[in-house]
Write a protein that binds this ligand. Structure first.
Ligand code: 1QQ
Length: 374
């Protein structure tokens, strides 16, 4: 009994000291920062941009409520176009004088906006830019999206092992930095896996009819199709392929990781295989809390793009806190030093080239949703 009383007294003292010290500490003013966002708000690819902007805004509200950093967000629409992404970057850098930029959405756009931000000494971080060469633009350019060079070996490797694939057809968009880079990786991976490439077919953004490409592919009887496309084209390709009787597995890159593909292709999306660090049904309290908050705010589940953007905002504002001030060069250095950030995508660090190293999940579309492919 006596022992319990003593223990109680000690605990009470510690608690009192804790509360008292907390009250004593002067509350410092939050770091004020203006951050620019370049996203696809209108046009092709707007579902990627919507998820990204939603993820960023949710994180912004949470961070601003905590009181250590106060972020004023300036969102610009790029419409998925290089010229518009560049104009948005110039406006954010020169007129808005932002401390950093999150975005743009497409690698294609980053190829225009990245060099501008880099030359101006403004940190820019893509949350979904997965082509080769993004962070090599310069030392102010970052990304927290898993590159195709890590996603494709995982998804294709798993598919080949599961389905005993020997012959593949490659199909890709030849007018976009991401779809071209994804294709390069697919070709490399096919070589490494000793697969026979029976044909390589190309298409363009906005194409509506893929009959010529799909007829050729079907006639050569591949065991699988590796397809590098954004969701607008990818969804239509899947729908037309299945309709023509091409039932073999499709392996897609990051562009296919959107629920929009399932919305467009419907049943034809079944069996699509992708790789991503995001899985919304993970039994992880942080993931569950994020999914619940996102659903409450927007009435739908977050996808990979929302999750990446949400984490990116935290990575950026944690780096601001570490820098202690909203200074572009100091922020660049503290961003580059990010190690072991624990986000909804898992553990995250930048490598020496400001690029990502993460372990992806391989997912397959089953019953109208992305599920773990074991
Ligand atoms: C890129 C991509 C796209 C799928 C982003 C939406 O990965 O352009 O790099």
């Amino acid at each position: 009994m006596k022992r319990n009383v003593r223990l109680f007294a000690v605990v009470a003292c510690v608690l009192f000291a804790f509360v008292f010290m907390g009250a004593e500490k002067p509350k410092s003013e939050p770091i004020q920062a203006k951050i620019g966002v370049i996203s696809i708000i209108t046009g092709q690819g707007a579902a990627y941009g919507e998820a990204i902007t939603n993820g960023i805004k949710l994180a912004r509200d949470e961070v601003n409520a905590k009181g250590e950093v106060f972020v004023d967000l300036k969102v610009e629409d790029s419409s998925g176009k290089q010229e518009q992404a560049l104009a948005a970057a110039q406006k954010l850098i020169n007129s808005e004088k932002v401390v950093a930029i999150i975005g743009p959405t497409l690698s294609n756009e980053m190829m225009a906006a990245g060099p501008e931000a880099n030359a101006s000494g403004v940190p820019i971080m893509g949350t979904s830019t997965t082509a080769k060469g993004i962070t090599q633009i310069g030392k102010f350019v970052f990304r927290n999206a898993l590159p195709e060079s890590q996603a494709i070996p995982a998804s294709a490797g798993k598919a080949v092992q599961k389905y005993n694939i020997k012959k593949v057809a490659l199909l890709y968009g030849n007018d976009d930095a991401f779809t071209k880079s994804g294709f390069d990786t697919m070709k490399e991976v096919a070589g490494k896996l000793k697969l026979e490439i029976v044909t390589i077919q190309e298409f363009q953004k906005g194409q509506a009819d893929y009959k010529a490409q799909l007829t050729k592919i079907t006639s050569l009887k591949p065991d699988a199709v590796f397809c590098s496309a954004l969701y607008n084209e990818g969804g239509v390709i899947l729908a037309q392929a299945r309709k023509m009787g091409l039932k073999v597995p499709f392996v897609g890159g990051n562009g296919f990781n959107s629920p929009k593909v399932i919305e467009i292709a419907k049943d034809a999306a079944e069996g699509l295989i992708v790789a991503t660090p995001w899985f919304g049904e993970k039994n992880d309290p942080q993931v569950k809390a994020f999914v619940a908050k996102y659903e409450k705010a927007y009435g739908k589940k977050p996808d990979q793009f929302a999750a990446q953007a949400y984490d990116a905002f935290y990575i950026m504002t944690n780096a601001l806190k570490a820098a202690g001030t909203a200074d572009r060069a100091k922020l660049r250095d503290s961003l580059a030093a990010t190690k072991n950030f624990q986000g909804v995508l898992g553990n995250f660090s930048f490598d020496a080239e400001r690029d990502v190293v993460m372990a992806p999940n391989v997912l397959i579309v089953k019953g109208g949703k992305f599920t773990i492919f074991n």
